[in-house]
Design a protein around this ligand. Structure first.
Ligand SMILES: [Fe+2]
Length: 386
């Protein structure tokens, strides 16, 4: 997270004595990324954060690949992913490469029996349906429809849902997820032409500090495996912290669209960046206002990046027969563009209500077995004139 945040109690000087009422020391932890060069947080714990009691079992959750090399546009019907009780079991990886994994999930129940930590990847959770509270060792965030939750790698979390009707679009990123560099000045402050600013980013506001000892199950994901680790102290035992490395939320409804007289390219929709892919938000906006403007996009050849669109709400102008929860995958190497009729249909329209999340990856994505269960394999022929 590109700005400083402080929650709870911390001593005035880092790495100095910070004592409890009984005179004993709090346990300090520096929690950083990219060695000691990335963003970090300094947290103070009731108990040692290192008390592993037992490593119970290890099992793989790595995506199973159905199509490794391919040249096919796919449509995935995301809402056909079946709801499941458990949060982790509900996560179905549909597209993946060595940089990122795209996951659909419809969890019915809150996590109660375990804590979760992804040591492999930052997580972006887009909330399509549902509301609740993300609870982490660095504080809690409320979430609802339209929220992006950014959870840096290593954050220990639980997730509480208000109801059983939840739909999540998740991206795991092997490299950190940041706000786009071109929207930041040299100090990191978001610039005036950024489509959102710091006020739109919600930081953890509520810290849970437990000082319990016992058996606490933490499921830690590393190298595609989950390790069931039992800790001797409650993982949410932070009395205070400060720094730059913490989870935060941003609502897609707070993304201010950038518009122009003629069609502007996808970078204007960019919301987050990594070294290996970008995340963009397509939001309700006024259309291009040149008197002869064509609001639908032109055909384009993304020769060196795969394009994934997740359709959230509204009519998506360039596509026919696309519904909520659908994913389209347009692979690198071949052009794609508006469906037949979409270009003419767009002329004269003054605004759109479309809402979608786009993930463009620089490396090709592989299609998983889970994706094939919900795939429309004829989608690649959908540009043919009938
Ligand atoms: Fe495209």
């Amino acid at each position: 997270m590109p700005f400083y945040h402080k929650l709870g109690n911390i001593p005035p000087k880092r790495h100095t004595q910070f004592r409890k009422e009984n005179g004993s020391l709090y346990y300090e932890q520096l929690f950083g990324t990219i060695g000691f060069n990335g963003m970090s947080t300094n947290s103070y714990h009731e108990q040692r954060p290192t008390q592993v009691k037992e490593i119970k079992k290890q099992y793989s959750v790595a995506p199973k690949i159905a199509k490794k090399n391919h040249m096919q546009s796919y449509r995935l019907k995301g809402f056909q992913v079946k709801p499941e009780d458990d949060y982790l079991e509900s996560r179905k990886a549909v597209l993946t490469n060595s940089d990122c994994t795209i996951i659909l999930a419809a969890p019915k129940q809150s996590t109660t029996d375990y804590f979760y930590k992804n040591a492999d990847a930052d997580e972006m959770i887009f909330v399509h349906k549902g509301s609740g509270k993300l609870r982490t060792h660095l504080g809690n965030l409320d979430f609802k429809y339209g929220d992006y939750l950014i959870i840096p790698r290593g954050i220990i979390y639980k997730i509480d849902f208000d109801t059983q009707d939840n739909r999540l679009f998740i991206v795991e990123s092997r490299s950190p997820i940041y706000t786009p560099k071109r929207y930041r000045n040299w100090f990191g402050q978001l610039l005036e032409h950024s489509p959102y600013c710091e006020r739109d980013l919600r930081r953890p506001y509520e810290l849970e500090t437990n000082n319990e000892s016992g058996d606490f199950l933490m499921k830690v994901k590393k190298q595609g495996d989950i390790f069931d680790m039992v800790y001797a102290s409650h993982p949410f035992d932070v009395i205070g912290y400060d720094g730059y490395n913490y989870p935060y939320a941003f609502s897609i409804h707070d993304f201010e669209p950038i518009t122009g007289r003629v069609h502007l390219p996808p970078p204007i929709h960019q919301t987050f960046e990594t070294n290996t892919f970008v995340i963009c938000s397509f939001v309700p906006r006024l259309y291009d206002y040149h008197p002869k403007a064509i609001p639908a996009p032109y055909n384009h050849s993304n020769i060196d990046s795969d394009e994934v669109l997740y359709y959230v709400d509204g009519d998506f102008m360039s596509r026919n027969d696309i519904e909520q929860g659908h994913i389209s995958l347009h692979p690198a190497g071949i052009p794609h563009g508006p469906h037949p009729g979409a270009t003419e249909r767009s002329i004269g329209k003054t605004e759109t209500q479309e809402l979608a999340v786009m993930v463009d990856t620089f490396k090709p994505l592989m299609v998983t077995e889970e994706a094939m269960k919900i795939a429309d394999e004829d989608y690649y022929k959908s540009w043919l004139e009938h």
